[in-house]
Design a protein around this ligand. Sequence first.
Ligand SMILES: Cc1cc2nc3c(=O)[nH]c(=O)nc-3n(C[C@H](O)[C@H](O)[C@H](O)COP(=O)(O)OP(=O)(O)OC[C@H]3O[C@@H](n4cnc5c(N)ncnc54)[C@H](O)[C@@H]3O)c2cc1C
Length: 405
Amino acid sequence: MTKSASIPDSQSDTRYDVVIVGGGPVGLALALAMRGSGGRGRCVLLLDASLGSANDARILALSYGSRLILEKLGVWASLERVTPIAAIHVSQRGRFGRTRLAAEEMRLPALGYVSDYSSLQTAMRDALITSNPSQAAGQNFKHLTGVSVTACRLEKDFTTVEYAAGASGQESHVTASLVVFADGGATSNASIATVRDYHQSAVVAQVTTERPHRNVAYERFAADGPIALLPFGLRMALVWTTTPAHAAELMELDEPRFVQALGAHFGDRLGSFTAATHRASYPLRLRHVSPTAAGRQVLIGNAAQTLHPVAGQGFNLGLRDAWALAQELNADPAADAGSDKLLNAYRRQRDSDRRGGIVFTDALVRLFSNESALLGLVRGAGLSALDCLPAAKRFLMRRMIFGSA
Ligand SMILES: Cc1cc2nc3c(=O)[nH]c(=O)nc-3n(C[C@H](O)[C@H](O)[C@H](O)COP(=O)(O)OP(=O)(O)OC[C@H]3O[C@@H](n4cnc5c(N)ncnc54)[C@H](O)[C@@H]3O)c2cc1C
């Protein structure tokens, strides 16, 4: 049952096994994966501050591994405008060294797929309601939108979650054996977070190129930050990372000047850039928490780790968090959802993949975002060497596609 900004109406509504805070793609994935536990499922409440219509300009590169999870969640088939990535061309601006990663080297139909945040969120919301109506309408699952969680208190053997309805501000609370924060890091646990400001912002838009993309994605590193172009329908999705001041300038340019600036920066590999849709800008930082699971609380997705978008790892990692947590919770629906045993098992399972994602993206940003001539040579040699080492390339691709779980 999906309710909008409504409040539980009876005392029996206020005790849950699991309360999920945040209905972004990661929180929704957890709800969907738990629904998969069938009639024995746990009592779950999903609280989301946003309202029904998703409106986020982010375009997401989904790894082939994420496709496999989204298929199991019953979401993949209903995703619109999904564009396969057959190959990724990696280079550095103004310096030698390049490498090409291709799906055929992995014997896969694609290295990944490009979709947009809003379509993904909508497809997941629809799947929660429609793909299993008997369970969605049953007692086990409730979805409230337009409500913000304001506080969370650990009691002896449960947690109290307080929340307020958006428009009316009406306050209420529920209790849960386990609270899962999938709020993108908006509210949760500043005291256990490590933060590094990259002093970079990402400008995103969809752009039209003179030459067709042929399902090739481009990642080009520059001193101010990497620029990525992903095949998306007939257009390309642009993620241009640069200094915050330059990003602000790019946001102000009219369309002809913006595509001209993009051409000057990226080069003419795809011919000239002929059009761009509206732009949006995101400040970039690394934020990760430790521990991710303790005291009847778990943090997943961006709430646990917010990464630089280089290499498109953030959602893919968060989806694996959600999937792994659901497997722990579904294994024995009668067991206490917030027990230390369950939380420790989850943490052990996710630690290495998560650490790998954080270290990999952070190292890429730090290694490539500088003007050092010496490092430029080392990077160029590294990219060229990678191009000649099929085993090393396959290792890297496997890591990017499936994580290191
Ligand atoms: C420019 C850019 C490009 C990116 N490209 C890629 C890519 O190509 N591939 C990839 O894998 N990742 C990419 N990412 C990362 C990806 O967008 C995130 O990892 C992903 O969106 C995280 O999902 P989430 O559900 O954890 O958090 P979010 O998407 O932030 O969702 C959080 C949800 O929680 C809700 N919420 C917040 N506070 C509260 C509250 N107090 N109470 C209730 N609800 C609340 C919000 O309304 C929202 O619905 C990119 C990121 C950026 C910035």
